[in-house]
Write a protein that binds this ligand. Structure first.
Ligand SMILES: Nc1ncnc2c1ncn2[C@@H]1O[C@H](COP(=O)(O)OP(=O)(O)OP(=O)(O)O)[C@@H](O)[C@H]1O
Ligand SMILES: *[C@@H]1O[C@H](CO)[C@@H](O)[C@H](O)[C@H]1NC(C)=O
Length: 311
């Protein structure tokens, strides 16, 4: 069973607790909101679920609490066909949670408690080692300990497993080894800006910072640009290539970046010889579907709902 896994994600699981209220409360204040819902989030889990919905055999390596939210999260993975043997439950911390308040103007205030996610470490990676080393693709982000992410990337690289690294949420002093461990370094405009110290306002800017990131040692770089698609650079041909996307009416862009990365992981695992620019073009189109409905994972498309030419 585990030998068949093609995409492994080492990353975060978070429960989103979302309240909609007319405005954000002040310190010490209690106000009434009009709507509450619970959603499945965490960048790692989001990317894993999107890859699975496109048809990739995926395994999640993560940590949740021995609590109601942790039990529910594991069930969510199972419902999406994700292999869960490496999602461990700990009694030392609670399942990661994001308490989100959204006001009528669409502004938000968020408290994230990473909890169990920060306890994912070497031991868990070792238990997943055989599966990780026989996969086609490993995907990592920065919502778990950076040390664990880097270990996982190294493990994959040593076994010639392609690595996708998403430096999110970005830290300004990202260790140089992350670039060298990335086959595809995929970030959005604000992350590229933070990592390079150069403002990114245009496609040209994205190409320029992309080149700077490429020169730090990645095999290729993708900078996502929301409705403008993305820019792709490869060490074999470092000229930045703009990959535009179709115009859609966006309703909720939350999690679009994770949909894009999950799709990319699917394409690399299933079509290893497809040019990266073509994979990026198709990932743009899948992420564009995700912005047209509300929610994070709830907005991620399944293979059966997508045009056949994407497969
Ligand atoms: N308004 C949009 N119209 C079409 N496609 C979009 C839109 N917004 C995002 N996308 C698609 O999603 C991808 C990722 O979006 P973006 O660059 O905004 O990432 P992000 O900032 O990480 O996303 P998030 O909103 O989850 O923070 C883009 O490259 C694009 O393909
Ligand atoms: C980029 O992603 C981060 C999460 O890492 C998010 O907070 C930020 O708003 C995104 N930036 C853009 C321009 O979408």
């Amino acid at each position: 069973m585990t030998e068949e896994v093609s995409v492994v994600v080492v990353g975060s699981c978070m429960t989103d607790l979302v309240s909609q209220a007319p405005r954000l409360p002040k310190a010490g204040e209690t106000i009434h909101g009009q709507k509450f819902f619970i959603g499945f989030g965490g960048k790692g889990a989001n990317q894993c679920v999107q890859a699975a919905r496109l048809g990739a055999k995926t395994a999640m390596v993560g940590k949740v609490g021995k609590d109601f939210f942790g039990n529910n999260y594991i069930q969510n993975f199972k419902d999406n066909g994700v292999y869960t043997a490496f999602v461990e439950q700990t009694s030392e911390a609670a399942t990661g949670a994001a308490s989100i308040i959204v006001n009528d103007a669409g502004e938000n205030a968020i408290v994230i408690v990473a909890g169990a996610n920060l306890l994912l470490g070497d031991e868990e990676l070792q238990r997943a080692q055989a599966t990780l080393e026989t996969a086609k693709v490993l995907v990592c982000q920065l919502e778990i300990s950076p040390h664990a992410s880097l270990q996982a990337l190294w493990m994959a690289q040593k076994s010639n497993v392609k690595t996708i690294f998403n430096p999110a949420p970005a830290i300004p002093d990202l260790h140089a080894d992350f670039y060298k461990a990335s086959d595809i370094f995929c970030c959005n405009e604000s992350e590229a800006e933070l990592l390079t110290g150069c403002p990114v306002a245009t496609v040209e800017d994205a190409g320029r910072v992309g080149l700077e990131l490429l020169n730090r040692g990645c095999v290729s770089v993708i900078v996502t640009l929301g409705p403008q698609g993305c820019v792709v650079l490869q060490s074999t041909d470092p000229t930045p290539k703009h990959i535009p996307t179709t115009k859609v009416t966006s309703v909720d862009t939350t999690g679009a970046g994770d949909s894009f990365i999950g799709a990319l992981a699917f394409y690399i695992s299933h079509y290893p010889t497809m040019p990266l620019e073509e994979m990026a073009r198709r990932a743009n189109l899948i992420a564009a579907v995700s912005v047209q409905t509300t929610g994070t994972q709830t907005s991620y498309p399944f293979k059966k709902d997508l045009p056949a030419e994407l497969f």
